[in-house]
Design a binder for this molecule. Structure first.
Ligand SMILES: [Zn+2]
Length: 117
């Protein structure tokens, strides 16, 4: 998968832990999780996702989100949401758009979803 290749070569991501797929505990009705179109990452390289700038994965967290946004294969499949502690982006009318209103709910994990049903 191009996404993980870019995440590894550009940002040094060697492992991620998927903490949630369809079993997301909150926002169930509105969430892409309940449509089986989203997943959350809570650990990168064995370190918990955080908003602490001193964390060794702090910049990698944004790198992983950028990897999603820039990934050709995911663009073809149409990613919809890429949210993390310091950067949140949503695909709106064909354009990657900053979406800071969801920041408070994504301080300890990265949320990725795809468009479609
Ligand atoms: Zn999520």
């Amino acid at each position: 998968m191009d996404l993980m290749h870019v995440a590894y070569t550009k940002w040094g991501v060697t492992s991620v832990n998927i903490s949630s797929t369809t079993n997301h505990p909150t926002n169930k009705a509105r969430s892409r999780h309940s449509k089986r179109m989203a997943f959350d990452i809570n650990y990168i390289n064995g370190i918990h996702v955080t908003n602490n700038p001193n964390s060794p994965i702090y910049s990698i967290e944004d790198g992983l989100i950028y990897s999603v946004i820039m990934d050709d294969s995911l663009n073809a499949a149409q990613w919809l949401e890429a949210y993390g502690p310091t950067f949140q982006s949503r695909w709106v009318n064909g354009v990657s758009t900053e979406w800071p209103s969801v920041g408070p709910q994504h301080q300890n994990h990265i949320h990725i979803s795809l468009d479609g049903n």
